[in-house]
Design a protein around this ligand. Structure first.
Ligand code: HEC
Ligand code: HEC
Length: 301
């Protein structure tokens, strides 16, 4: 209300509000006056369907009383709380103050708790059911949009419950992932591999890495290309490299799908998954709890 830059609106709203309330009182009195105490009931003269007559009875007293109570309530409310223009009410209540009080109360309550959690090593937090509950709630607020409510991910969004990690599954690696975010750089290989045929060969070889049926002739040619273009990141045996976020290609767990079409697409066009950095947004204490929660998930099975 302090945003008003002239008194006009203050008076406009106040006078209009008070006049409306007075008008309600007047309306009530006007509608209820003029009834005589008789046993005879007047009718309004409206008759439907032959014999349905509209009677004109006064409102029951309790009902009328309710109307007057709401008016008295309104009067007291406007006296105590903001409502009449810039008049703040004699209780000095503001929504901002009320919000700040709430925040202060919550901080006072959870501040020491978060501080204590932050001092506890992740490996101990994982055994603390209450800490994991807090972690679960944080996960639900900040991570489900991408990794799913069950943390099993979706295409392009890694499953956080399994033991297969792009960037490492030890507490420190997870914490680094959360704090700084991650950007995966898998270049597009269609050009270097000499087009679709080359991609096809390497894709066949990649299939063979996880023990799947392949056309061995193509896979063999693919291996030669793999050894040139792919070893640097995915390793000589295809087990990947967590320093680069290069996935293990031998475990038959696929971030972007494991069909021949999907694998060929990954190779031909490249992939650039991004995990947004959370460090500044969430702060150390929350990251620490989330790390414990995520690490705990992967230890469950
Ligand atoms: C510069 C490092 C680098 C090189 C070289 C590289 N990759 Fe990758 N590759 C990655 C990264 C990082 C990812 C993960 C991309 C992501 O998470 O978005 C990836 C993802 C993939 C995937 C998808 C895996 C999945 O789980 O869906 C396949 C398949 C793949 N690479 C095959 C290859 C092949 C075949 C070559 C050689 C032609 C190759 N990569 C060369 C870094 C590399
Ligand atoms: C905007 C979508 C998005 C949000 C929000 C998000 N992530 Fe991610 N996250 C990703 C993507 C995409 C990757 C995979 C990056 C890559 O391809 O290497 C990832 C990777 C990860 C990894 C690494 C997985 C591995 O195998 O190494 C962890 C751990 C992780 N996220 C945890 C979280 C947590 C905890 C939150 C909530 C604080 C979160 N993420 C929020 C998209 C998201």
């Amino acid at each position: 209300m302090a945003d008003f830059n002239s008194d006009f609106w203050h008076w406009y709203i106040s006078i209009l509000t008070i006049l409306s309330i007075l008008a309600c009182v007047w309306l009530l009195r006007w509608m209820t006056s003029g009834y005589k105490k008789t046993d005879e009931v007047e009718d309004t003269g409206h008759v439907w369907d032959g014999d349905l007559t509209e009677l004109n009875n006064p409102l029951p007293r309790w009902w009328l009383g309710l109307f007057y109570i709401t008016i008295v309530f309104g009067g007291f409310y406007l006296l105590l709380y903001p409502g009449l223009g810039t008049f703040g009410g004699i209780l000095d209540w503001t929504s901002k103050g009320s919000y700040e009080q709430e925040v202060e109360r919550v901080e006072a309550e959870i501040g020491p708790l978060f501080a204590r959690y932050q001092q506890t090593p992740v490996l101990d937090l994982v055994k603390d059911k209450d800490a994991l509950k807090v972690g679960e709630r944080l996960y639900a607020s900040y991570c489900t949009t991408c990794h799913g409510s069950d943390a099993r991910g979706a295409r392009g969004y890694p499953n956080l419950r399994d033991k297969s990690w792009l960037w490492g599954g030890d507490p420190q690696s997870i914490k680094t992932t959360l704090t700084n975010g991650r950007i995966a750089a898998m270049p597009a290989w269609e050009g270097p591999l000499g087009g679709e045929a080359g991609v096809d060969e390497v894709a066949q070889y990649v299939l063979s890495l996880s023990g799947r049926a392949t056309i061995s002739e193509l896979a063999e040619k693919g291996k030669a290309k793999y050894d040139i273009f792919c070893v640097a990141c995915h390793g000589a045996t295809g087990t990947g490299n967590t320093a680069l976020g290069a996935p293990n290609l031998t475990d038959d767990i696929w971030l972007y799908g494991g069909s021949l079409t999907r694998i060929s697409e990954s190779i031909a066009k490249g992939r650039n998954g991004q995990m947004p950095a959370q460090g500044e947004f969430l702060g150390e204490a929350k990251i620490h709890l989330l790390t414990a929660y995520i690490y705990g998930l992967s230890q469950e099975n």
